[in-house]
Write a protein that binds this ligand. Structure first.
Ligand SMILES: Nc1ncnc2c1ncn2[C@@H]1O[C@H](COP(=O)(O)OP(=O)(O)OP(=O)(O)O)[C@@H](O)[C@H]1O
Ligand SMILES: [Mg+2]
Length: 510
């Protein structure tokens, strides 16, 4: 089905501001259809042609439709055309005296000119199915009277309300609850739903005759300051929405001030009980907050563990034992980074680029100070679920660690082997100063993530075989990549010297 915009720009002479106005009108005209118990069709004059084109249509939710077929995009027949012309030329609401029987049911057609800035830019045809009309009740009389006020405001160019922010995801509907206020803000009619919404807010008395702003102020949760804008809305003075929170219920009010022929006739207040909606929102919010808090605590605990290990390492004499504990501190630290990130993330998905930056920085910091190689990250990891991020952070830590430790080894501290140490120092120093390279390359595709950790260091030892290594670091990496993440791991000599570790993972798009 063509949109209002498409139709208006391709087939009418309406300007941008006119189309804007019509958009505002149709975003709110359910109200007019419901109050009228009638179908609405928005007609605009066709460019260079005497005819009319249907731009939009709305069926009532309060009664049966009189238009079985969609009419948007069609042009008006001669009968309708005459009616629409009268409304436009005489600039007033025009009602056909005899009902139309062409569809088998009696339909009364009325034409309401849509005025903007003093010009009639379109006409609404209101089609009422007379067959379903019953002896009007108080409710129906109030609705129809409200509809007539609104129709006159459309014709006078005062509805839709210019500049009213479309702040409601869904405005309350007539069926949700309706109040009619008189000129002084007193309730002259309350639909049963509106009355029960106020009862749930704690009102014991009847709403009829009460001054809505006063009643509403009395029901608000008393420990909170009175909301000015709520008072304006409850008085029916501004075309806005507000919420009343009292007695454990939350009720949304939307005011439609009625100003006809320059004088205020009162207001319609649409009312909707949003208690359940708000409760669910709050629940979701607290659930999120709890998850974030848990991650925060896990991170703190891991940092405590790391601190304990560090303390213990300091007391050790044997360098090997010390190194082992330092290693453990790093491993714990990389997991803490993930939880830290998750403690800020709104859900269980994290931006891994952030984590990679911090893991790389950590690895660079803890490497021997003589090894001045700073890992460089290129490409993007993108968002990853926590289930992938945690193991991947550890894998990255291990691989960076290996490159810094074995690729660019620090001078050996063993004084008995000084010769070798000096040679090694030269080699490493050269590497660090002219082009010591440690690069992490992330390539994220639709369902794969490839991470390469490349160094141009001394290269793998002779006879290196990944599958038969018994050292802990690469065993951890292999277990995480293959078993935990279902990916592949390769560690090979890098073309041009050094070593290259490639991790290839299946990932879902988050
Ligand atoms: N980037 C690299 N450059 C050179 N050699 C490497 C590199 N990565 C791994 N190696 C070699 O692979 C061996 C196994 O690495 P692995 O991480 O499993 O153990 P480790 O680093 O010696 O000890 P740890 O358990 O503390 O990590 C290393 O000892 C090293 O010889
Ligand atoms: Mg290692």
């Amino acid at each position: 089905m063509p949109t209002l915009n498409d139709l208006a720009t391709s087939r009418t002479n309406l300007g941008d501001a006119d189309v804007e106005w019509l958009h505002a009108l149709v975003s709110d005209w359910q109200l007019l259809a419901d109050l009228s118990f009638a179908d609405l069709i928005l007609w605009a004059p066709v460019r260079d042609d005497g005819g009319w084109l249907a731009l939009a249509q709305m069926r009532p939710t309060t009664g049966p439709t009189s238009l079985q077929d969609d009419v948007v995009g069609t042009v008006a027949g001669p009968e309708d055309q005459r009616l629409l012309n009268v409304a436009r030329d005489e600039r007033r609401i025009w009602r056909e005296s005899d009902p139309d029987w062409t569809t088998g049911v009696p339909v009364r057609a009325e034409a309401i000119p849509v005025t903007r800035a003093g010009r009639v830019i379109a006409v609404i045809e209101r089609c009422t199915n007379l067959a379903s009309a019953r002896t009007p009740s108080r409710l129906e009389l109030t609705y129809v009277q409200g509809a007539d006020d609104l129709a006159r405001m459309v014709a006078e160019g005062t509805f839709p309300f210019a500049g009213e922010a479309a702040m409601l995801v869904r405005s309350p509907r007539v069926g949700d609850g309706l109040l009619r206020l008189g000129r002084t803000g007193r309730v002259t009619y309350a639909s049963p739903n509106a009355q029960s919404a106020y009862r749930r807010l704690g009102l014991a008395a009847d709403l009829i005759g009460a001054e809505l702003a006063v009643v509403t102020a009395g029901l608000c949760a008393s420990d909170e300051p009175l909301d000015e804008s709520l008072m304006v809305v409850a008085a029916g003075r501004a075309p806005r929405a507000a919420e009343v929170d009292g007695n454990g219920s939350v009720v949304q009010l939307r005011a439609i001030p009625l100003i006809v022929g320059g004088s205020r006739t009162g207001a319609l207040i649409l009312i909707r009980d949003v208690t359940e909606l708000r409760r669910r929102e709050r629940e979701l919010m607290t659930k999120d907050a709890t998850i974030r808090e848990i991650h925060h605590r896990v991170k703190n605990n891991l940092q405590t563990v790391a601190a304990l290990l560090r303390l213990q390492a300091r007391r050790l004499r044997a360098p090997e034992a010390r190194d082992a504990l330092d290693e453990a501190v790093r491993r714990v630290g990389s997991i803490a980074v993930v939880h830290e990130t998750l403690s800020h993330a709104p859900d269980e998905v994290v931006d891994f680029d952030d984590i990679a930056d911090r893991v790389a920085m950590m690895a660079g910091e803890v490497s021997a100070p003589e090894v001045r190689v700073i890992p460089k990250i290129t490409g993007s990891f993108g968002p990853l679920s926590a289930a992938v991020a945690t193991p991947l952070a550890m894998v990255l830590t291990e691989l960076l660690q290996n490159a810094l430790q074995h690729g660019f080894p620090a001078p050996v501290k063993d004084p008995a082997n000084r010769d070798w140490a000096v040679r090694d120092w030269d080699a490493k120093d050269a590497a660090a100063n002219d082009g010591g390279l440690l690069e992490v390359i992330a390539v994220r595709e639709a369902e794969r993530l490839t991470v390469t950790v490349a160094d141009n260091g001394v290269g793998l030892p002779e006879g290196f075989d990944l599958d038969s290594t018994t050292s802990l670091g690469l065993q951890i990496v292999r277990t995480l990549v293959v078993s935990e993440l279902g990916g592949r791991l390769r560690i090979v000599p890098r073309p041009g010297g050094g070593t290259e570790a490639v991790v290839d993972l299946p990932v879902r798009n988050e």
